[in-house]
Write a protein that binds this ligand. Structure first.
Ligand SMILES: [Zn+2]
Length: 191
């Protein structure tokens, strides 16, 4: 499994990770993308998901009710990040919030057919105009007392954010590079 290439690219992995996997990710309501980078006991989690799937809307929060919704959802994520991305509790991991950005304009190519059909359909349902897509992004730093090698990472995104039905997880560690799709919390990564 462990190739020379993985070893060679690792030093720059943590800095590259955000840019790599998300450069070409489509905006699909209900689907989150999570990048996890791990090196021994340290790591990072990067989450990108349509804002609609987190807050129920995807324009900048204007009303008090919307602002409240944003801060509540952000708090749920911060408080439960280690349940949403669940490392084995015996590793003694802690998470620190790096950055949460509620609404980032979706700059994906609008000529993308898959994106187009998904967005038209979803937005038709709740009456938002096409072209107002925003993405939610969050980054966390992870520190564990023990190496995660040999353990499992499980996921519970749907428990805390029911609109998120599917997550696509990309994991990069010094030992492993893999991707899994988790539907309604079912699935894990074996490290
Ligand atoms: Zn959207």
């Amino acid at each position: 499994m462990l190739s020379i290439m993985h070893k060679a690219i690792f030093p720059t992995l943590l800095s590259l990770i955000s840019g790599l996997a998300y450069a070409h990710g489509a905006h699909e309501h209900g689907t989150a993308k999570i990048d996890i980078a791990l090196q021994d006991t340290d790591g990072s989690i990067f989450i990108k998901v349509p804002s609609e799937s987190i807050y129920g809307f995807e324009h900048e929060a204007k009303s008090e009710a919307e602002k409240k919704k944003v801060s509540e959802a952000n708090n749920i994520l911060k408080k439960n990040i280690l349940e949403i991305v669940r490392f084995d509790p015996s590793l003694g991991c802690t998470a620190t919030e790096d950055k949460i950005t509620p609404f980032i304009a979706d700059t994906e190519d609008d000529d993308d057919n898959e994106h187009e059909s998904t967005s038209e359909k979803k937005h038709g349902e709740h009456g938002e105009k096409h072209g107002e897509h925003r993405d939610f992004q969050a980054e966390f730093k992870i520190k564990c007392k023990q190496t995660a090698v040999g353990s499992r990472i499980q996921f519970a995104f749907t428990t805390y954010f029911p609109k998120v039905q599917k997550i696509i997880v990309q994991l990069n560690s010094d030992k492993l590079q893999t991707s899994v799709t988790v539907s309604k919390n079912k699935g894990f990564i074996q490290l």
